[in-house]
Design a protein around this ligand. Structure first.
Ligand SMILES: [Zn+2]
Length: 296
């Protein structure tokens, strides 16, 4: 399969085997000038990997997707709005094409070959600048009525809280309160206007009490979100990934304390909350698995 992982700044593609191995990884800057430029760059990327070597193509996009029509409804950071990407790619390459949200693709990869191997009910949160989510329920990815579901980062954890960024009109969402962006805000409060979340994490690792507490507060908000998800879905496993997720136990420890209070038994006592295993390649591997799904 050919897997393609599209981000706001770079796009990766590779051949992906059934057990998730990557071969011939290529990477280019994402063309963001116009939709035509983007689609041209996407096609060239697939050609470069070798469309003659694969049976299907899977795309992981930073987009809201309507799975019924194969359309991208809207996107974050790339110029793709209201376009039938699946049909366009199928027509160009003459093979099945699957498309999915990038956070869903990462969750599928962790479920198949990463931290979630062997589970039937798994939730993944990707903690980056924002918060992405993926749901594996009863042994398969859950995408909602049209395919736009599992936006776990836009769960309200504080009614009337700070406003969400981008096109979301909500307030007090997990994405605003428990993301890398939240860490940036906390770092500014401690170090001044130029500081970023990375400084907060590094100082906390060095034992700085104020930074440890600032990350703990973000972790407790994360725990509030996870507690709610456990009460709704009773997963066996919650997987936490993404760049900001590298803060690890500085976030996860306080999160578990809040989960112990907010979540109901028996899910509270049986769920495991663990770090992701695949790192940044999860999106690309997952896109390959989306291609296998399209072939079926
Ligand atoms: Zn939101």
């Amino acid at each position: 399969m050919i897997g393609v992982d599209i981000g706001g700044t770079k796009m990766n593609a590779a051949l992906v085997s059934e057990d998730g191995r990557l071969e011939g990884v290529v990477m280019h800057p994402t063309p963001t000038g116009s939709q035509a430029e983007f689609l041209g760059g996407l096609g060239a990327l697939v050609e470069e990997v070798g469309s003659d070597k694969a049976a299907a193509i899977g795309l992981g996009l930073p987009s809201t997707i309507d799975q019924r029509a194969g359309r991208v409804v809207g996107s974050v950071n790339i110029p793709l709005v209201d376009v039938d990407v699946r049909s366009l790619m199928q027509a160009r390459f003459g093979m099945p094409v699957g498309i999915d949200n990038d956070a869903n693709a990462a969750a599928i990869a962790e479920w198949r070959i990463g931290a979630g191997r062997g589970t039937r009910n798994m939730i993944m949160l990707t903690l980056g600048t924002g918060v992405g989510g993926g749901l594996i329920l009863d042994g398969k990815p859950y995408r909602g009525a049209s395919g736009a579901g599992a936006e776990l980062g836009h769960m309200v954890i504080s009614y009337g809280g700070p406003a969400c960024a981008g096109t979301c009109t909500g307030t007090g969402h997990l994405e605003t309160l428990a993301s890398g962006r939240a860490a940036d805000e906390a770092a500014k409060g401690i170090f001044g206007a130029d500081a970023a979340g990375l400084e907060l994490v590094e100082s906390a690792r060095g034992g700085d009490e104020a930074c440890i507490e600032a990350l703990a507060e973000i972790g407790r908000r994360l725990g509030a979100g996870i507690g709610g998800l456990i009460n709704i879905f009773e997963p066996e496993l919650v997987v936490l990934g993404g760049g900001f997720g590298q803060a690890g136990e500085l976030l996860f420890g306080p999160a578990r304390e809040v989960v112990a209070r907010e979540a109901l038994p028996p899910g509270r006592d049986t769920v495991r909350i663990v770090p992701a295993e695949l790192g940044p390649r999860a999106g690309l591997v997952g896109a390959g698995f989306v291609a296998y799904e399209a072939l079926d």
